[in-house]
Write a protein that binds this ligand. Structure first.
Ligand code: BGC
Length: 379
């Protein structure tokens, strides 16, 4: 996703909220010489990115081996000299996390860090090994997108034992869990906000989602991985926005689509066959599932914004195009660039010696509602 100047300005504005100062890293700082052969960040999401993943995977795995041999060097690198950073992503084959990963890579490498990305392949045991390997290699800091939020205690205990400054991203643990380690911070978004905005997108339609005028909004909910707080809050708060506004609601179906386009398509296809015209709204916890649902909507001969509404979250390029052409009612920007900048800023604070008190370990970047009226600002 290419960000317009306006969106970059908004991201910068939200960055100022962090009141973080970088620790003197600049492109002039001596970059490490053992930089992995990372590919140029992909500009297309999902399928293209998935195809590239294989190569990047191999490159990062080689890089990890190299890095192990250079453990002694890595251990002495500090911020400002281009430190060694390990990044764990829950799985590379996730549309939103691909955008996020590319943003992180560009920012970190631009600042002269040596960065190695590992693909957790949606397997917590695999990611635990990757974290242990990074620690053994003597990385200066870790950025971790946990596979399972429920593994947070274990991850936090591991990085604390090793004394490695750590930024958690995308999957938020509780404040109590994070309080166990003062060199740990979470950078992400408040998922309640994105759910509320999805509800508002429906309330902003001419009939507030009640297309057939029967006094209630009948919807299906296509959920992400329900273990993930983003999925839980988006599910709850999208509907709460409607009921808070006095709308009656009817949940025809709620199913987990695990953030996945194909599952979004299958669930929508089955529900459209089962409930037909009764479905007025399809809420999807993310855009990739919404794109899948759109395929099912079109195959069923339905028309978004005429006889059905469809909303997602993330503002992936594909979803922005569909919002612009009227095939999605709206989406919500999940600001990958802003979060990546925030994560790196927080990491540099930690490398500079900052510690975080309990209750101050979550740093949020705002979501932004995207409609046909403002979609051009995000394209
Ligand atoms: C995004 C999803 C993504 C998930 C991964 C969410 O914040 O909206 O698209 O799959 O994070 O954890």
């Amino acid at each position: 996703m290419r960000l317009s100047k306006k969106v970059v300005a908004m991201a910068m504005a939200s960055m100022m909220v962090f009141s973080m100062t970088a620790c003197g890293n600049s492109a002039d700082s001596a970059p490490a010489t053992s930089e992995p052969e990372a590919e140029a960040p992909a500009t297309e999401e999902t399928n293209d990115a998935a195809a590239e993943t294989e190569t990047t995977d191999a490159a990062t795995e080689d890089a990890a081996t190299d890095a192990a041999e250079e453990a002694a060097d890595a251990a002495t690198a500090t911020a400002g000299e281009g430190g060694n950073i390990g990044v764990c992503i829950y799985k590379f084959d996730d549309a939103f996390m691909t955008t996020y990963r590319n943003a992180l890579q560009e920012i970190l490498e631009g600042k002269g860090y040596t960065v190695t990305f590992m693909d957790g392949k949606n397997d917590q045991a695999e990611q635990n090994n990757q974290i242990n390997n990074f620690i053994a290699q003597g990385v200066d800091a870790l950025i971790i997108n946990p596979v399972m939020t429920s593994a947070a205690d274990q991850i936090i205990a591991t990085v604390k034992d090793a004394g490695v400054p750590t930024v958690l991203i995308n999957r938020e643990p509780t404040a109590e869990q994070m309080a166990a380690y003062d060199k740990l911070v979470y950078v992400g978004c408040d998922a309640r906000q994105s759910g509320t905005m999805q509800g508002e997108l429906i309330l902003d339609t001419p009939n507030k989602g009640d297309i057939n005028g029967d006094g209630k909004v009948s919807y299906i909910m296509i959920q992400g991985d329900p273990e993930n707080i983003d999925a839980q809050y988006r599910t709850e708060f999208s509907v709460k926005a409607l009921t808070d506004a006095g709308m009656e609601v009817e949940e025809l179906d709620l199913q987990r689509g695990d953030w996945d386009r194909n599952k979004g398509q299958e669930i929508a296809q089955n529900d459209l066959a089962k409930f037909g015209e009764d479905i007025e709204v399809i809420f999807c916890n993310n855009d990739d599932m919404a794109i899948g649902a759109l395929q099912a909507i079109q195959a069923a001969g339905r028309t978004v914004n005429e006889d059905i509404y469809l909303v997602g979250v993330d503002a992936l390029d594909a979803a922005l195009n569909e919002v612009a052409s009227g095939n999605m009612t709206g989406t919500v920007l999940n600001d990958a660039q802003g979060q990546a900048e925030g994560a790196v800023a927080a990491m540099e604070e930690l490398l500079g010696g900052k510690t975080y008190a309990e209750g101050e370990q979550s740093i949020y970047v705002d979501y932004v509602k995207v409609t046909p009226d403002n979609v051009a600002d995000f394209q």
